[in-house]
Ligand binder design. Structure first.
Ligand SMILES: [Zn+2]
Length: 273
């Protein structure tokens, strides 16, 4: 005897496959979600771990790069004065950012227009950059910006994940020599992202204000460089998007209600051609 199917049964039997499809879709969505969550968790963990790596490990890693700049640097009145300016800025840093640090400035008598933060407490400043500066405040802003890169551990953040794992291993097992020279090269020549540059600018502006009680000189140098033509302005390669950063700094100065007062002239030992 044939069973008469009630209306809607056929549709009902088609529905039977739907829960399976739904199940599959749910499973795929869950897997994708899990992968994204795991990736975010690992990124977060890496970012946290970077803050824990002691400056001594950073110094060990940066030693190779620093040595070649040390050879080019010349002890001079200029270098001494720049180190005194750097010490004044260092004195304004929060205690936790001064701990286990000893910032040193290397002055290189070369026409390159650039300043660099090397891994391991060294700031390199070229004569070409100094020749572009019109006031002490401008140099302080540049140095404060470089200190921002150290404070935010930008060098370590610029490392690839693979290299970072090696750095962590060398920290834990005390064998920094095992890291490849090629990797260290990357480490020494970090190019920072626009976001990192903006954060370093903010850091520099705060220090500038703490030193002078006003914000004059915060943007003048970047404006002059971005308007400059013809010269070999390496600074713009290692510190991109100056116009955008100047606008951002101007906004910040307004938001914070920073006033501007007369600039402090360059000390005689910093007046170079
Ligand atoms: Zn920078």
């Amino acid at each position: 005897m044939s069973i008469k199917l009630p209306p809607g049964t056929a549709a009902h039997s088609e529905d039977n496959s739907d829960p399976q499809n739904h199940h599959l879709v749910t499973l795929v969505a869950l897997s994708v979600g899990l992968i994204i969550a795991a990736w975010l968790a690992i990124s977060f963990l890496f970012n946290q771990v970077i803050n824990w790596i002691p400056p001594s490990v950073e110094r060990q890693l940066g030693a190779i790069a620093t040595a070649s700049f040390e050879q080019q640097a010349e002890p001079s009145d200029t270098q001494t004065t720049l180190n005194q300016l750097l010490d004044r800025l260092e004195g304004q840093l929060p205690a936790e950012q001064r701990r286990d640090r000893n910032y040193q400035l290397l002055y290189i008598p070369d026409e390159t227009v650039n300043a660099l933060a090397l891994p391991g407490d060294h700031i390199v400043l070229y004569q070409g950059l100094l020749a572009q500066a019109d006031s002490e405040n401008e140099i302080m802003m540049v140095l404060g910006h470089e200190l921002g890169h150290f404070a935010h551990r930008d060098h370590l953040r610029g490392l690839g994940r693979g290299l970072l794992v090696q750095v962590l291993a060398s920290w834990l097992f005390g064998n920094a020599g095992s890291i490849g020279a090629a990797g260290l090269e990357t480490f020494a020549q970090s190019q920072f992202s626009q976001q990192q540059e903006i954060q370093a600018d903010e850091f520099g502006l705060t220090l500038l204000y703490q030193i002078y009680g006003h914000a004059a000189g915060a943007t003048a140098f970047f404006t002059r460089l971005s308007d400059g033509t013809g010269a070999n302005f390496d600074f713009l390669t290692t510190h991109p998007a100056p116009r955008k950063r100047v606008r951002r700094l101007e906004q910040l100065i307004k938001d914070r209600g920073y006033v501007t007062e007369p600039l402090t002239p360059l000390p005689a030992s910093l007046q170079v051609e």
